[in-house]
Design a protein around this ligand. Structure first.
Ligand code: PLP
Length: 465
């Protein structure tokens, strides 16, 4: 397979490490088994120690929005490193963090006026949950204690975020440690829309589930509703139907419930608009962002929050009772700022829309009539195929078959990184493969991604025929 570009010399100066020689103490090796050693990357490709190239068609886990070794980000990191690598936020602010905060608010959905910088998605969700609770304590409504979220969702792996997520497989063994949360069905047209039901009727029914739950719990006791604007890892690029989130916003407003949109995976341009909720025509009270914020160049996440939240804190106790050692880290802020500036300057959201359209067309052409692809869905460069044992009944493959893992293995053999995940244990969603290439992807690369994915899916499924 010819490389699409010259590999940086430094990548290949490392001696090729064998499995036995490297990282034998790392827990993630025990979980994922034998892994190639990544020694370099450039553009949309990663290179392993054997010199093999992989197209990064998932941006890792929908992270690498600018691809690898982007010169602007590398330069920004060098420059920040030369000035200051770390300064604790209780002593100092930094220019990088200040500029990133300004930029994020400038581009935020209406009403979001402040930023809380953290180091990743789970931390952002934890902070949003705690801020929402403290907001009501500040306002003199300490009886508010319930969090409502949705089934088939993922909000992170720390205990609060895990409790909020609606993925039973991830939660089951930790249940005794989890705070009590409540879950309603997501807006997931392929799985939950009734035959013949219009978008409008389905949006109303799906949103009604939230109102019913609020009324059941007692509106004066509910803190917040948490949802991914476009569902990512658990169900695979599931967009809402039109008007669902407008109805959700109205219901939250009716009962004084805060709306937390988790855009850790679907946000920061991945769906073609900077924030996925822009297409829904609503603003949340809190929005969590991470992955595409720093594009993987540094670990970073953030909570964007509304003016009313900030005012309640400012006029009340005067501080948010929370904090992490690395929040507002200047290296992370400098990386995120450079990533966001490059996306803006190079008009990459236009490319997300154009290449997203091409990706949809290619996926439809390759899998539209495939016996085991039940659904092709998503927005922008955030798309997925869902695998089913039977297209007619939508019955998923048995989870024990691990179809997703076989597809991943086949794809890696073909030099393709995609992000397959297993179905839900309640059978409400089958195995799926998430495709989320960097925003710089070119048309011929979209074609190659779908070509290799088609081969990988067919090779994986041959075992079951
Ligand atoms: N929220 C969503 C929607 C996610 O997809 C993820 C990660 O995949 C998280 C939160 C957790 O982010 P992190 O893995 O950075 O903690």
């Amino acid at each position: 397979m010819p490389p699409a570009f010259a590999v940086a010399d430094t990548c290949l100066q490392h001696p090729a490490l064998t499995d036995e020689e490297t990282m034998t103490h790392l827990l993630h090796r025990q979980i994922h088994g034998s892994l190639p050693v990544a020694i370099g990357g450039k553009g949309i490709e990663l290179i392993d120690a054997g010199g093999k190239h992989y197209i990064d068609a998932s941006g890792g886990a929908a992270v690498s929005c600018l691809g690898h070794a982007h010169p602007d980000v590398v330069a920004a990191l060098h420059s920040q490193f030369d000035r200051i690598a770390y300064a604790h936020t209780s002593f100092f602010t930094t220019e990088a963090a200040e500029r990133l905060g300004d930029r994020l608010v400038e581009d935020a959905p209406p009403g979001l006026s402040h930023v809380y910088l953290v180091s990743g998605g789970s931390e952002a969700v934890e902070a949003a949950l705690k801020m929402a609770r403290q907001y009501f304590v500040e306002k003199g409504e300490p009886q508010r204690r319930h969090i409502i979220a949705r089934r088939q969702s993922y909000h992170g792996n720390t205990l609060g975020a895990l409790a909020t997520g609606g993925n039973e497989w991830r939660r089951a063994q930790f249940r005794p440690l989890l705070i009590e949360t409540h879950h309603v069905d997501p807006c997931f047209a392929y799985r939950f829309r009734e035959p013949g039901e219009t978008d409008e009727a389905y949006a109303a029914r799906a949103a009604q589930a939230l109102e019913d739950k609020i009324l059941e719990l007692g509106p004066e006791e509910v803190i917040a509703f948490v949802a991914e604007t476009v569902v990512g890892a658990t169900a695979g690029a599931v967009p809402p139907v039109a008007d669902y989130f407008k109805r959700i916003r109205a219901i939250c407003d009716r009962y004084g419930v805060l709306l937390i949109l988790d855009e850790v995976m679907c946000g920061m341009g991945r769906t073609g608009t900077l924030h996925a909720c822009q297409l829904e025509g609503i603003s949340p009270d809190f929005m969590t962002i991470a992955k595409g914020l720093g594009g993987g160049y540094q670990p970073i996440g953030a909570v964007l929050l509304g003016r009313q939240i900030f005012d309640a804190f400012a006029n009340g106790s005067g501080f948010f009772q929370h904090g992490h050692t690395y929040m507002g880290h200047p290296m992370a802020a400098a990386a995120a700022l450079a990533v966001q500036e490059a996306i803006h300057r190079d008009l990459l959201l236009d490319n997300v829309k154009a290449m997203g359209g091409r990706l949809t067309a290619r996926l439809q052409a390759r899998f539209g009539n495939h016996l085991h692809i039940g659904d092709i869905r998503g927005r922008g460069l955030f798309q997925a195929i869902e695998l089913v044992a039977d297209r007619g009944t939508k019955e998923p493959f048995a989870p024990g078959l691990k179809v997703h893992a076989k597809i991943k293995r086949q794809a890696m053999q073909r030099g393709l990184m995609v992000y397959p995940m297993g179905g839900t244990i309640d059978g409400a969603c089958g195995d799926h493969v998430l495709i989320a290439p960097p925003f710089i992807v070119a048309p011929h690369e979209i074609d190659t991604i779908v070509e290799r994915l088609g081969e990988a899916v067919d090779a994986a499924l041959r075992d079951f025929e």
